[in-house]
Design a protein around this ligand. Structure first.
Ligand code: WTA
Length: 634
């Protein structure tokens, strides 16, 4: 891999090249991969029209780069360590050779089921090795995978399957998460009542629980694999052919199917993985995210395998069977790079420190954080107790849309600073904008975080809705990618991400759009109107507060029942992660004169910042604010 940063002068030198000669810079990096045909142009981008292409004319298959090219020299090295939910179940070490066999066999099964290049396949699986195998099998034959986090409800599955018109669903019979066993197949069955595009379902046995199998539609993968060849010729993909779709919440409307393409995503995830984690041969790398999110796609699967790394897939949760599980796994597998989310750090920091102290964590070299701003207490705890003040923390800022990390320290190079994501990675040019679209010059400033130049990993479109892609990311500041986050720049030029500026709330690291939750609440016949806002929460980072008006008064007992019904409906329609932590029924919601709900004020009330509500006199109904404050129940 080229341009791996070893010190600050080198960082500035490479950054200069990446920003001033991006074609040469990214072309050099891309040349280190296996291509079937070299590209004609490294870059062809129009940021005003949101038309971005990298490595146009190039042809490749990403699985040859993730698997085949490692086989000759390191086929027996471990690609994946699978750590099961239960510590009594043995961990599995899957070599690159074994990975190749599994992926090729499954790819042949997919072909024999009539899947062709460009078809969409929905994958709804727990964190088991088959999740990696099936994603790579899709990529092997050019099918587009759409992974849906296995905590989502039937309704959420159905809407995503229908949006992408998936031809097949791959699921497991069930999943283990801590003490829970969840029947995933029954959730899929319910979803598929409303999914006309799905022709077949492949079921992977994990729990061996009871499932119903529909004849001619549902098949056990292991049965189909029995007679299958272990070689599957990889499909030849154009660099700009879609690799996958991954849904992310927006502030309005349905989730957006972000489309990532093959060549640019490969080059960007591989390069950022190598730089941000400073991965060395034989290191053991562990990212605790779920592969159902972008962090898992880019930094459990593709980034590590492209580098020939050993990557851990952990099936369970941080608290099972006890709060020492993460540290036990670090010790057991001698983890060198550990990448997790602030919400996990906060919840583990609340436990007795003995859970940490009884484990040998001396293998750790680099610690990572992702998904939401990390608060100073969590940063310090992580640095002192887990990294023992030896391991730099890489606070990595990025998004589903960006494909890979954009702002992060380079360990052992960039001096870290608690709560700061520090400098942009190579080729990334962040800018801070004021509301008028004026770029804020110099340091010690703040604004809306935009990116000025295209980078290879950026999503190319929203599935089936390019206009929405353009409107969401390229219209606020024409010619710039707008992230939806605000940030500040300190005197040294370090970036600190301060949070979302739209109606997306990040709860335990999961992006939740408030609009779909409000729609679900409003479906209750007695509900007149609702507004959801986030408020600070000790462990989750943010939790959801719902302010709800009813069509007529009800007794307090009926109110309690309604709260339960609302949360059940949310769990059913969206998923349990979107449940409201607090609900307040109120006579009216504060509105502007044009009738828009003033969420800014509700956010302050929810956060209990009552002496800082701002000017309420211009509201249509200023009395609504006082009524809500007077009736607060907690
Ligand atoms: C937030 C996750 C502060 C941010 C990779 C972003 C962060 C959203 C950080 C994307 C960080 C992610 N510091 N905030 N280090 N990393 N975020 O799409 O608001 O699930 O816009 O991608 O998470 O979340 P997503």
């Amino acid at each position: 891999m080229k341009y791996i940063v070893k010190n600050l002068p080198e960082y500035f030198k490479f950054q200069d090249k990446a920003l001033n000669s991006p074609e040469e810079f990214w072309g050099d990096i891309a040349s280190t991969f296996v291509w079937k045909k070299k590209w004609d142009n490294v870059l062809n981008a129009d940021m005003v029209n949101a038309d971005i292409k990298w490595f146009e004319g190039g042809q490749l298959n990403i699985t040859e780069n993730c698997i085949d090219r490692h086989l000759k020299d390191r086929g027996e090295e471990t690609a994946i360590i699978f750590e099961p939910n239960s510590p009594t179940e043995k961990a599995q070490h899957i070599s690159y050779n074994q990975l190749s066999v599994e992926v090729n066999k499954i790819a042949n099964v997919l072909r024999s089921q009539g899947i062709e290049k460009g078809d969409r396949i929905c994958i709804y699986l727990p964190m088991i090795p088959e999740l990696a195998y099936t994603m790579l099998a899709c990529a092997r034959i050019g099918a587009i995978h759409s992974v849906i986090f296995a905590g989502y409800s039937s309704t959420a599955i159905a809407s995503r399957v229908n949006d992408a018109a998936c031809k097949m669903v791959i699921c497991a019979d069930g999943s283990y998460r801590g003490t829970k066993e969840i029947n995933l197949k029954s959730l899929v069955d319910k979803a598929l009542e409303n999914c006309p595009s799905v022709e077949s379902v492949l079921v992977i046995k994990r729990t061996n629980g009871e499932v119903s199998m529909q004849s001619n539609r549902d098949f056990y993968l292991e049965e189909l694999m029995q007679e299958t060849q272990t070689i599957c010729k990889p499909a030849v993909m154009d660099a700009e052919d879609p690799l996958f779709i991954l849904y992310t919440s927006g502030s309005t409307g349905t989730p957006k199917g972000m489309v990532h393409t093959t060549g640019g995503y490969m080059v960007y995830t591989a390069h950022t993985f190598a730089n941000v984690f400073q991965y060395k041969e034989k290191d053991i790398y562990w990212c605790t995210a779920d592969i159902g999110w972008i962090t898992g796609h880019s930094y459990i699967l593709y980034g590590p395998l492209l580098n020939g790394a050993t990557t851990i897939i952990y099936e369970g949760v941080p608290s099972y069977p006890d709060h020492n599980r993460f540290w036990e796994i670090v010790e057991k597998h001698k983890v060198n790079q550990f990448y997790t989310a602030p919400t996990a750090i906060r919840s583990l920091a609340k436990q007795d420190i003995k859970h940490v102290e009884k484990h040998d964590l001396s293998s750790l070299k680099v610690l990572g954080s992702v998904g939401e701003p990390i608060n100073v207490e969590a940063w310090n705890w992580y640095y002192h107790h887990i990294g023992k003040e030896r391991c730099p923390i890489v606070d990595t800022w990025w998004q589903t849309e960006t494909g890979g990390i954009l702002i992060s320290p380079i360990p052992f190079t960039t001096p870290t600073k608690a709560t700061f994501a520090t400098f942009p990675l190579l080729g990334i040019q962040p800018v801070l904008m004021d509301d008028e679209g004026v770029e804020q010059e110099g340091n010690l400033t703040s604004g809306n975080l935009c990116i000025k130049k295209p980078w290879p990993g950026i999503a190319r479109t929203v599935w089936n809705n390019h206009q929405r892609y353009k409107d969401t990311y390229f219209s606020a500041y024409p010619g710039y990618y707008f992230s939806g986050d605000a940030a500040l720049r300190d005197p040294a030029g370090y970036y600190r991400i301060t949070g979302r500026v739209d109606d997306v709330v990040i709860v335990s690291g999961h992006n939740l759009g408030t609009a779909p939750i409000e729609n679900t609440i409003n479906e209750q016949t007695i509900v007149a109107e609702s507004a959801i806002v986030g408020y600070p929460h000790e462990v989750k980072g943010n939790a959801l507060f719902g302010f709800i008006t009813l069509k007529h008064e009800i007794s307090s007992e009926e109110q309690e029942n309604l709260k339960t019904a609302i949360n059940e409906a949310i769990a059913d329609q969206i998923g349990p992660i979107a449940k409201l932590s607090k609900i307040q029924f109120t006579v009216s919601l504060p509105k502007t004169r044009s009738g828009k709900i003033m969420r800014r004020i509700l956010r302050k009330i929810a956060a209990n910042e009552l002496d800082n509500l701002g000017d309420t006199s211009t509201l249509l109904n200023p009395e609504a604010v006082q009524a809500i404050i007077d009736n607060r129940t907690d």
